[in-house]
Ligand binder design. Structure first.
Ligand code: NAD
Length: 473
């Protein structure tokens, strides 16, 4: 596939191969952008903004509705692209494609609710003869940088609201999974998006990242990815708005009065969805000691039923990690935990990029699988006796995206909701539950700002005050 610069789909001699991590076959290639391409993207995005800022809400919404319709009509095609270039099974990929339709549709709807307010100028002496309001205007060129693990819907979470707001966008998709993103942009152009409104630049983040991120023509960076890249980007960005959706090590508390079957089913799915490469994937399960053994038995039983392998087969529950190198990293982290006393209850094996769903207990606090984001198909079980201590343990790491608790006691649920230090608390769901329109984001190293269409629109627009001085009134 090609990249989109200044309204043209262009190729380059230097290319990046996009491979299927299941069998390493090359699916396609994309151009590896040069620094000249970065300049073209920036200059064209500035021109594009002159068009998008003048588009009516009606036109922006119609383009987004039409985009959603195109994706919906070609759902299978999108799902196959997601499944082939990334880690997701075909069933997981279909869900992502249908969520993308919702994300783009909600962006269209939210474009009609970019509201302002009148201002009570007479609330301070001297303002009696003044009348006015504020409205929200588009921020300008938005640089969207996206990760590999949801190669379509996380791109939609940036392009949808950016277009809805009237911004122009430069998209830099993950270099391992650029194809779904390019197909989304093709759909947007087919739906009538003006050519310069969007640029897609494919390339290696470490090569083209700094000149994009640090350029003053970019008014907002909307980044989703890992903490290390996030810190680097923040250090280079200069004075511009930054939205950061980063990693986590999501904790889930299972209290003694929980619906055990529900907790086991949700947490197994939440641990191994997308082979655990999921920013809200369950990593730490804090289970009340009274039910620990029963929970553990059922959790391991259900994990053992998982079919892993070929992503394109309907019956497959979990596919490979994004690369063999990533699977080897997870393997080495599990081995490190075992060498420090952890016990593997099931899994712990690797074949190429396929790492078996792995359940661990007795994980020491200094093991990487405890204190770092694993971003792989492993989960740790810990017995807990006391709610305060469970919450303190959940809060003990430098992340805070989503947390969860299973309980039938409303007091326990309320306490957890207030005390867990994170961007959202799921009650009787694992952390792996997200509605695309809810405010989504984290505290501490999990991020800055919020996505979720209405909330992204707030981030991607700025208030402008208009004040009329009316001395003759
Ligand atoms: P990554 O940080 O390696 O890469 C993310 C994107 O940043 C890619 O497009 C990459 O090319 C680009 N990039 C890397 N270095 C850059 C630089 N110096 N300048 C500009 N761009 C640069 O992350 P990944 O491995 O693709 O994704 C996994 C990470 O993303 C995990 O940590 C996961 O938790 C996080 N994530 C967070 C959310 C969320 O919403 N909070 C959602 C999905 C993934």
């Amino acid at each position: 596939m090609k990249m989109l610069l200044n309204g043209q789909w262009v190729d380059r001699e230097e290319k990046i191969e996009v491979t299927d991590p299941y069998d390493n076959s090359v699916i396609d290639t994309v151009p590896s952008a040069s620094l000249d391409d970065v300049e073209t993207a920036l200059a064209s995005a500035v021109k594009g903004f002159e068009t998008t800022r003048r588009m009516t809400v009606y036109d922006r919404a119609q383009i987004l509705y039409k985009t959603a319709e195109i994706i919906s009509d070609r759902l299978d095609e999108f799902a196959i692209t997601i499944a082939r270039e990334g880690s997701k099974t075909i069933r997981e990929a279909r869900k992502e494609a249908s969520r993308c339709v919702n994300t783009i549709t909600c962006s269209a709807e939210e474009s009609k609710r970019i509201l302002g307010e009148t201002i009570p100028w007479d609330s301070f002496p001297g303002g009696e003869k003044r009348r006015g309001y504020y409205y929200r205007f588009p921020i300008g060129v938005v640089l969207a940088i996206t990760p590999f693990n949801d190669p379509l819907n996380l791109v939609a979470h940036k392009l949808g609201p950016a277009i809805a707001a009237g911004n122009s966008v430069i998209l830099k998709p993950a270099s391992v999974t650029p194809l779904s993103a390019i197909k989304l942009v093709e759909a947007m152009l087919e739906a009538g998006l003006p050519e310069n409104a969007i640029q897609v630049i494919t390339g290696i983040g470490s090569k083209i990242g700094d000149p994009l991120v640090s350029d003053e023509r970019v008014r907002m960076i909307s980044f989703t990815g890992g903490v290390e890249a996030g810190k680097h980007i923040a250090s280079k960005a200069g004075i511009k708005k930054i939205g950061m959706e980063l990693g986590s090590d999501s904790p889930v508390i299972v209290w003694k009065d929980a619906d055990l079957a529900l907790a086991v089913e949700s947490c197994v799915s939440g641990s191994f969805w997308a082979a655990g490469q999921n920013c809200i994937g369950v990593q730490r399960l804090l289970i009340h000691r009274d039910i620990y053994d029963e929970f553990k038995t059922h959790f391991v039983e259900l994990t053992n039923k998982y079919k892993i392998g070929d992503k394109m087969k309907e019956e497959t529950d979990m596919g490979p990690m994004i690369t063999e190198a990533e699977a080897k990293r997870v393997e080495s982290w599990v081995n490190e935990a075992v060498s420090k006393g952890a016990k593997v209850l099931t899994g712990g094996t690797r074949t190429g990029a396929l790492y078996a769903p792995t359940v661990l207990e007795h994980v020491p606090p200094d093991a990487a699988v405890h204190c770092e984001e694993v971003f792989g198909p492993t989960v740790n079980l810990y017995p807990v006796d006391d709610l305060d201590k469970a919450i303190a343990e959940a809060n003990s790491l430098p992340y805070g995206l989503l947390a969860a608790i299973f309980t039938s006691n409303v007091d326990v649920a309320f306490k957890a909701a207030y005390e867990l230090d994170c961007g959202g608390v799921m009650i009787n769901d694992s952390t792996d539950y997200r509605l695309d329109s809810m405010p989504f984001g984290g505290v501490k190293y999990s991020g800055l700002g919020r996505e979720g269409l209405k909330f992204s629109l707030q981030e991607m627009t700025e208030p402008k005050v208009v004040c009329f001085n009316l001395p003759n009134m």
